[in-house]
Ligand binder design. Structure first.
Ligand code: ASP
Length: 310
């Protein structure tokens, strides 16, 4: 297949396995390019992309911007904190005003689950979801899965445990969909209070014991506690969470095998990961960041190919 089955990247749920494979094959080429002395290609020279961030971001925002610039797109950036959103403008009005400036694609981060689906139905531009509340973060899952494929050769039959705040994490949901599509075995680990009720329907089981989870897996994808999304206390204290679910060198040394450690960032050092683990040779956290640019280039390139007349 030479193009995606979808017109927007709204969530991994809407992708086929062949879409993920096509994104990875395309990302392989872009990864080669961005490791050459001349890192830029003219592929999106006539395309204008707006990065609309209604929620904080460091890695994702920079990574999209770099991906767009490496593809030679024209880029405009918008952060809600310094905009007329503060004056009461609706999302649709903000976006339509931006589109009036002839923008072809929108990369949207928004606190409301479903915001990018809403936009895709109401505006005439290609939409890329860069994280919608607690719902999905598709490019993060793609870059995570791509990094597993790179490190372990393939994803099929690999055992991945996602550890931490599954309830509030868009990274967890998108990872579960993406890894399962490629045939990996996925389980989750963390306090029961941070597990969604619909885990069974996702085909995922839960470890409440960290050591057992680590003994089972080949790869641990460790998440941040999403304190900003928690309206009540889901566990007594961060200290207690860290004692039960924090990964340090001692627990890794007690396993009779080596496992790969991943984290989408930002890391809370000393809470979910100790520094000696985050900085160890088993951690591929910075490879994930590097792969993020190539994977986002692939997504933007493939979606731009669906713009009429391009
Ligand atoms: N950066 C990821 C996200 O935007 C993970 C996190 O914030 O903990 O969802």
């Amino acid at each position: 297949m030479s193009n995606l089955s979808v017109d927007h990247l709204l969530g991994i749920k809407y992708l086929k396995k062949s879409d993920v494979e096509l994104i990875f094959k395309t990302a392989d080429n872009f990864k080669k390019i961005i490791n050459q002395p001349i890192k830029k290609v003219p592929s999106l020279r006539d395309i204008t992309i707006a990065n609309l961030f209604f929620e904080d971001s460091t890695r994702t925002k920079l990574s999209f911007e770099l991906a767009e610039k490496r593809l030679s797109a024209d880029v405009i950036n918008f952060a809600s904190g310094s905009s007329s959103v503060k004056k009461g403008e609706t999302l649709l009005d903000t976006v339509n005003n931006i589109l009036a400036m002839k923008v072809d694609m929108i990369v949207l981060r928004h606190p409301n689950p479903g915001a990018s689906v809403f936009l895709s139905r109401n505006v005439d531009a290609k939409i890329v979801n860069a994280g919608d509340g607690t719902h999905e973060h598709p490019t993060q899952a793609l870059l995570d899965t791509y990094s597993i494929r790179e490190k372990h050769g393939e994803v099929r039959d690999k055992r991945i445990v996602i550890i931490g705040d599954i309830l509030h994490s868009r990274v967890a949901l998108s990872n579960i969909y993406c890894l399962q599509k490629l045939g990996a075995k996925v389980k989750v680990c963390g306090p029961s209070s941070l597990m969604p009720k619909h885990l069974d329907s996702l085909g995922v089981t839960h470890f409440s014991n960290l050591k057992k989870a680590l003994e089972w897996c080949d790869i641990a994808n460790v998440l941040r506690i999403q304190l900003e999304r928690q309206d009540v206390n889901y566990f007594p204290s961060l200290r207690e969470y860290s004692m039960l679910y924090g990964i340090d060198k001692k627990i890794l040394d007690s396993l009779n095998k080596e496992i790969t450690i991943m984290h989408p960032g930002p890391i809370n050092r000393g809470v979910e990961l100790s520094s000696d683990v985050a900085d160890s040779k088993h951690a591929i956290i910075l490879d994930q960041v590097e792969n993020g640019v190539a994977v986002r280039m692939a997504v933007l390139f493939l979606l731009a190919g669906k713009i009429q007349g391009n």
